[in-house]
Structure formats: structure tokens, C-alpha cells
Design a protein around this ligand. Structure first.
Ligand code: AKB
Length: 359
């Protein structure tokens, strides 16, 4: 059991004067979901790849699903409730981590697909979770904010996005909170900034530059950035995010004052990150700005006020810009070097495929 978990025994819950049958049922379903299997959608994505690995060290069973394979094929946009329910029941799932989503720039290019995957997928997951009293984690994003948001966004800052991705994330948060209020569902969400990671590439996002820059710095000593040098956005290093999600999904509900929290770590612009890389490697960055992605980034906040997450459930990121930069360079240099070797020996080695996909 997680060290911070201290569940009240059933009798204590029953004896408490204010406990209604509905509250009791909710508390019992939350309690009984602890350490059952976890099902992850979008398990092959940037966050899923590392989260599944981490959760496998913590839970008896983790079912990794993805449209690109994983343990089970699952296309969330198809809304195949029967398939999801079968996986839940057969594997005694207690918690769903629903990561599958179309990211901001890709969503702008195909809004219909984004609505099918992002809204449709969340609708299906919440409905199955309601029927089986599952705990649900659905990531939200800095994309919920819009042009009227202050530069440093709080949870209650205006969230009026001007992108279809942002709209879908607001919808996911609000639908989850509705299920929580109306059906007692244990819905949890985090507004996640750009994620910097070395194991799996992001795809179709506006913050992807902050990962691409490391690949190109190591392989070519140069990068052409699609955002302007001064566009500063909030970021988090993957290790902090993974530990944060794992903590957040396990923390007793009684410690959460809200369903949706901001999580930030540091803010960085392309020029600042290029400078941090240049302190480690010979490196040049130029700018070929994408009108689409720049317009999206211009509506997002520069930083996130995450004091509520720090206070309520101990969110405590440890990687700043420097630690992220040196760690990324070290991990990626090793991985790319072994991939180069793998490419020359075995063209279908998984790391070789990762490198090929990133080029
Ligand atoms: C994107 O850039 O679309 C995502 C996000 C900030 O949600 N990384």
C-alpha cells in the first residue's frame, strides 16, 4: 500500500454521524480500487510509454492499451464500450488512466478526429468507469487556458481556449467533474504543461519543440524551431510528471480539495533552452516559425500556479531547466549511440525504430 494511504475501516465509516449511504458507497468503491489492476489508454504515447513502466513496479497488473498495439488494441474513438468493459471485468481493473488524445496542432488540422478521440474517448471511459465504480485519471493541459488568462495561470483563472484541443480538454474536465458530482465517480485530472522526455517522441503538439531540440542538438548540432525564440511556456521533466501522476492517482480522495489541479515545474523559451544546451554541447538554433503552432502557443500561459497541488498531495517537481537539460543530453546521447549501433546491426531493433521515427 502507498505509504500515505490510511484508509478508514468500514466500521469507522459507518459510525461517523455524517456518513450517508451514498458517501459510504463512494468511500468503499474508492477504498476497494486501491491496488487493483490499472488500465492505461494511449500507452504507446509520450507519457504512456514511461508511465506504464513505472506503474508496473507499483501495481499487481497494468493493462496497456493503444491504437498502436500494447497489450491490447483499443481505438478509443470507436467507443467500443463492450471491449473496454470486457478488459475491465476480466482483469479486475480498479483505475483507468486515460491518456489517448490528439494533441493541439494535430487537432487544429483535423478537428473532427480530435473530437472523436478526445471527447468520444473520454465519454466512453467515464461511462464505463461509472458502471464499474472505477477511479479515473484523465490528463488535462495548459491548453484549457486562452487569450484572457493571466501569464501565471491559477486553476480558477479564466479557461476560455481558442483551440479545438483546448475545448476538448475543458470538456473532459467538466464532464469528469459532472460525473463526480452526479454519480460519485472518483474523477481526477491534472493540467499538464509541455513534457520533456527521452523515451518516446510526442507528436502533433505545440510543445514538441522542447523534445525535438535535444534530438537535433545531439545528432546534428543544430535545430530549426517552429516557435519564436521568446515564446516562454511551462514545462515538466517526465520523471517528475510520472511520479506525480502515480502519487495523484493513489492519494486518498479526502486529501483532494478539487478534481483538477495545475502541475508546473519551470518555464522556458526556445532561446533559453538553446542557451542551456549550448552550455553542454556545440549547438546552433534558428527559427522557422509555424504560424499555426505560434498562434496556439500565444494563447497559453507562461507559467502555472501549482500551489494547490503542492499543498494538497505533495506535488514536488525536482527537475529544473538545468537538471532537465543535462539529463536529457546524457540519456539521449546514450540511447542514440546504441541506436546507431543497432541500425547498423539490426534495422528493426526497437530503438532503431524510435530514431527512425524521430528523423
Ligand atoms: C501540446 O503541445 O499539445 C501538448 C499540451 C501542452 O497539452 N503537449
Amino acid at each position: 500500500m502507498h505509504p500515505r494511504c490510511c484508509w478508514l475501516p468500514t466500521t469507522t465509516l459507518l459510525l461517523k454521524g455524517s456518513t450517508t449511504p451514498r458517501r459510504l458507497a463512494r468511500a468503499l468503491s474508492i477504498q476497494s480500487n486501491e491496488k487493483k489492476a490499472v488500465l492505461v489508454t494511449g500507452s504507446k504515447g509520450q507519457i504512456g510509454t514511461e508511465l506504464v513502466e513505472y506503474l508496473r513496479g507499483q501495481y499487481p497488473k497494468v493493462i496497456a492499451t493503444d491504437i498502436r498495439g500494447g497489450d491490447h488494441y483499443l481505438d478509443v474513438s470507436a467507443k467500443d464500450t463492450t471491449l473496454l468493459e470486457r478488459l475491465v471485468v476480466e482483469n479486475d481493473v480498479g483505475c483507468v488512466v486515460h491518456l489517448a488524445a490528439v494533441l493541439s496542432a494535430a487537432a487544429e488540422r483535423d478537428a473532427a478526429a480530435a473530437l472523436r478521440v478526445n471527447n468520444g474517448g473520454t465519454e466512453m471511459v467515464l461511462e464505463v468507469a461509472r458502471r464499474h465504480a472505477l477511479r479515473v485519471f484523465v490528463p488535462s493541459s495548459i491548453a484549457v487556458y486562452g487569450a484572457g488568462t493571466p501569464k501565471r495561470a491559477r486553476e480558477n483563472s479564466p479557461a476560455r481556449p481558442s483551440t479545438i484541443y483546448g475545448v476538448s480538454k475543458v470538456y473532459g474536465e467538466m464532464l469528469g467533474e459532472y460525473y463526480h458530482e452526479r454519480h460519485g465517480l472518483d474523477f481526477r485530472s491534472l493540467r499538464i504543461p509541455g513534457v520533456i522526455s527521452s523515451k518516446a517522441m510526442p507528436g502533433g503538439g505545440t510543445t514538441d519543440w522542447a523534445v525535438e531540440i535535444f534530438y537535433d542538438a545531439i545528432r546534428r548540432s543544430r535545430y530549426s524551431c517552429f516557435l519564436s525564440p521568446t515564446t516562454s511556456l511551462p514545462m515538466v521533466y517526465i520523471d517528475d510528471l510520472i511520479k506525480g501522476i502515480a502519487t495523484f492517482i493513489q492519494v486518498p480522495r479526502s486529501r483532494l480539495a478539487r478534481s483538477t489541479y495545475n502541475v508546473g515545474a519551470f518555464s522556458v523559451s526556445p532561446a533559453n533552452l538553446a542557451e542551456a544546451i549550448r552550455a553542454e554541447l556545440p549547438f546552433d538554433c534558428d527559427y522557422r516559425i509555424s504560424a499555426l503552432r505560434q498562434a496556439i502557443a500565444d494563447t497559453w500561459p507562461e507559467s502555472l500556479d501549482d500551489s494547490a497541488a503542492r499543498r494538497d498531495w505533495d506535488w514536488n517537481p525536482t527537475f529544473d531547466l538545468r537538471a532537465t537539460t543535462t539529463t536529457m543530453i546524457e540519456l539521449l546521447s546514450n540511447r542514440l549511440a546504441s541506436a546507431e549501433r543497432a541500425i547498423s546491426l539490426r534495422p528493426h531493433h526497437p530503438v532503431a525504430t524510435l530514431v527512425a521515427a524521430s528523423t
